[in-house]
Ligand binder design. Structure first.
Ligand code: PGA
Length: 254
């Protein structure tokens, strides 16, 4: 089994939630949660709260992540944040190409590719999100969509760059809906993603890749999802906002 060799990464995606005071309060509770061996725990907080989150989690086992990152180091890009700026605060992960970014802010496979490359150049691990919407699932095109998104996201990457990424499979119909994919559905797509990576970068890179599942993952369903052969972690929205819930998910990654 290759699963044991892979890094398990449990990442919370706080989206646009919590001001600085609330961030401090929750992190006071979260900073000492037990983290099983071989598990990395990350909280991707709103960019403005990165400094306070970095300070609150200093010396703990929790890493801080961002939710997006621009591809240029600086320039006339109002509202954007560069990898260089993130690195300054010790950010080690960034969500890239989340479906909400694609849906509401027009991000494309091409911009996802550039954003992920900028992260890698700065030693930040991009958590590249892919996933089909309900219409695509129901019309049987899930794998086509996943192939297009994965190939677009990692276009032109070297094996080494690929090895520095995480891919998160997040079916759009499961995000924030309480409708989790079944463990079998999630495993089927995660295994397909690994196969795609193997076709492009070879078996070794594919076998070492951490692939997360995301979409209404919670304390009740996490264990079953994380037990699947090709699911090496989770990207968790709603259930990462409360310390008790997030702690249970982290514990089930053992
Ligand atoms: P959810 O969000 O856990 O609230 O469904 C997951 C995500 O969007 O990353």
């Amino acid at each position: 089994m290759n699963k044991e060799k892979r890094r398990v990464v449990i990442a919370g995606n706080w989206k646009m939630n919590k001001n600085a005071r609330e961030t401090r309060m929750v992190l006071e509770q979260m900073r000492n949660i037990p983290v099983p061996e071989k598990v990395d725990v990350v909280l991707c907080v709103p960019a403005i709260n990165i400094p306070v989150a970095a300070k609150e989690t200093a010396g703990s086992k929790i890493s801080i992540g961002a939710q997006n990152c621009h591809w240029e180091k600086g320039g006339a890009f109002t509202g954007e944040i560069s990898a260089d700026m993130l690195k300054y605060y010790g950010v080690s992960y960034s969500v890239i190409g989340h479906s909400e970014r694609r849906q509401y802010f027009g991000e494309s496979d091409e911009s996802v590719n550039k954003r992920a490359a900028a992260c890698l150049e700065n030693g930040i691990c991009p958590i590249i999100c892919v996933g089909e919407n309900l219409r695509q699932r129901e019309s049987g095109t899930t794998k086509d969509i996943i192939r297009q998104q994965v190939q677009g996201a990692v276009k032109g990457f070297t094996q080494r760059q690929m090895a520095g990424c995480i891919i998160a499979y997040e079916p759009v119909w499961a995000i924030g809906t309480g409708k989790t994919a079944t463990a079998r559905q999630a495993q089927e797509v995660c295994s397909y993603i690994r196969q795609l990576i193997s076709e492009i970068f070879g078996l070794r890179t594919a076998e070492g890749l951490t692939i997360q599942y995301g979409g209404s993952m919670n304390a009740e369903n996490a264990r079953q999802l994380l037990a699947m052969e090709d699911i090496d972690g989770g990207l968790i929205g709603g259930a990462s906002l409360k310390a008790e819930d997030f702690e249970k998910i982290v514990a089930s990654a053992q």
